[in-house]
Design a protein around this ligand. Structure first.
Ligand SMILES: Nc1ncnc2c1ncn2[C@@H]1O[C@H](COP(=O)(O)OP(=O)(O)O)[C@@H](O)[C@H]1O
Ligand SMILES: N[C@@H](CCC(=O)OP(=O)(O)O)C(=O)O
Length: 376
């Protein structure tokens, strides 16, 4: 069934999250068949111009199996040990499966602390963008080895949403063992009505969601609903669908109505502007020359160091700075890629000289267009 509600995701950036129950056949061991099917679909998506980031659970479930532990331990260190063992199996399975379609994949392990820290957040973002640029499929999981209870994401639905925000994806696709969201847990009420389309963040959704459906899943539907709400903060839609559905990803990006579609209340740009305006304090100013001011205003370009005359304030990489035109008006604000001391050194220089001046180069832009809001 084709739909008219703008579900088509062809050519878009998509984060796909796969849960433990799917990846490990409810703890029986890595499901090569399922992983092979997703790899094949992701290869098709990439041929259609999509960029795909995969968030995969299953390390703990696979580790328990490999260690021969029948009962899931409650101590966090034992779970961490299991995750370290199981992650090997996951990555091996993905590597072998993607290689069949000529695709290279990469392991990226993240913690909550990595994404809460502005600099590490930007570093993770740059690495992921670089992987996507090189046609690599990043496979992300929580870095279970180093997390404690207080700083755990705890569930990969939340991690999937944060990664969606991080890479500014157009959609988060959560594949699970149900066809999507029902008005009640279908395990408790098999007659429960299916939810096809809703708005992410609608508080009614949280009331529908129950806990995990299997011994290996962790968050149940609630973490998926909350993940959709979080993904919507950067303007991304969320789809919750069954990972067993044949060609689910290919059909989704073609605009077919599969699973539950949770649309974002506002678009990406509006969401980004709201976020910049609401969440961050301006930590410094950059004085631009006339050419740079014009480029930001009319050509929708990024800000390069050559167009910056001087800077004020003690800002760090990743903090918010205001961009002033030569006549002293604020024309834009954005997240700066270099700290104040570095900006002072590279101002008025072409990007090609950043490396020789600083001894390294993070990005050629001082502020990337994606991280900038231009005043109207
Ligand atoms: N309203 C609901 N609609 C659909 N599934 C629900 C609902 N409430 C609870 N669930 C349960 O959520 C489970 C999926 O979550 P979870 O077990 O954490 O899976 P995953 O490993 O894919 O993250 C389903 O098996 C289902 O039993
Ligand atoms: N990092 C953990 C994630 C656990 C988790 O969130 O599981 P799930 O609810 O199945 O997505 C693992 O790989 O086992």
């Amino acid at each position: 069934m084709m739909t008219s509600n703008n579900r088509a995701l062809a050519g878009k950036r998509i984060v796909v999250k796969v849960g433990s129950s799917l990846v490990t056949k409810f703890g029986q061991g890595v499901d090569m068949g399922a992983i092979g099917a997703w790899a094949k679909q992701i290869a098709q998506l990439k041929q259609q111009g999509c960029e795909v980031v995969l968030v995969s659970s299953g390390a703990i479930a696979e580790g328990l199996k490999r260690l021969g532990w029948v009962k899931r331990p409650s101590e966090i260190h034992a779970l961490q040990a299991a995750a370290a063992v199981g992650q090997m199996g996951l990555i091996h399975a993905y590597e072998v499966s993607f290689a069949q379609y000529g695709l290279v994949c990469a392991q990226v392990l993240l913690t909550h602390a990595d994404l809460a820290d502005r600099e590490r957040y930007l570093n993770a973002r740059s690495t992921l963008f670089s992987l996507l640029e090189h046609q690599v499929v990043p496979i992300i999981n929580e870095n279970d080895t180093v997390v404690t209870d207080e700083i755990r994401f705890g569930d990969n639905d939340t991690l999937g949403a944060l990664v969606t925000n991080l890479v500014e994806a157009d959609a988060l696709v959560i594949l699970t063992d149900q066809k999507g969201l029902y008005r009640e847990d279908p395990r408790k009420n098999p007659e429960a009505e299916f939810v096809h389309l809703e708005t992410a963040g609608n508080p009614e959704l949280e009331k529908m969601a129950g806990g995990a459906g299997s011994a290996v899943g962790t968050g149940g539907m609630l973490t998926k609903i909350l993940a959709a709400k979080r993904a919507a903060r950067s303007g991304a839609a969320t789809v919750i669908a069954s990972g067993h559905e044949p060609d689910v990803l290919v059909r989704l990006i073609a605009g077919e109505s599969v699973g539950t579609f949770l649309k974002a209340p506002v678009g990406r740009l509006v969401a980004r502007k709201q976020w910049l305006a609401d969440h961050l304090k301006v930590k410094g100013t950059l004085l631009l020359d006339a050419g740079a001011a014009e480029a930001l205003r009319t050509k929708k370009g990024s800000l390069l160091p050559i167009g910056v005359v001087s800077c004020e304030g003690r800002f760090q990489r990743g903090e918010l700075v205001a961009c002033m035109s030569p006549d002293g008006r604020e024309i834009a604000r954005g997240l700066v890629n270099y700290a104040a001391g570095e900006v002072a050194k590279i101002a008025r220089h072409p990007s090609s000289e950043i490396g020789s001046i600083l001894g390294y180069q993070d990005e050629p832009e001082l502020i990337h267009r994606d991280n900038m809001v231009v005043m109207s």
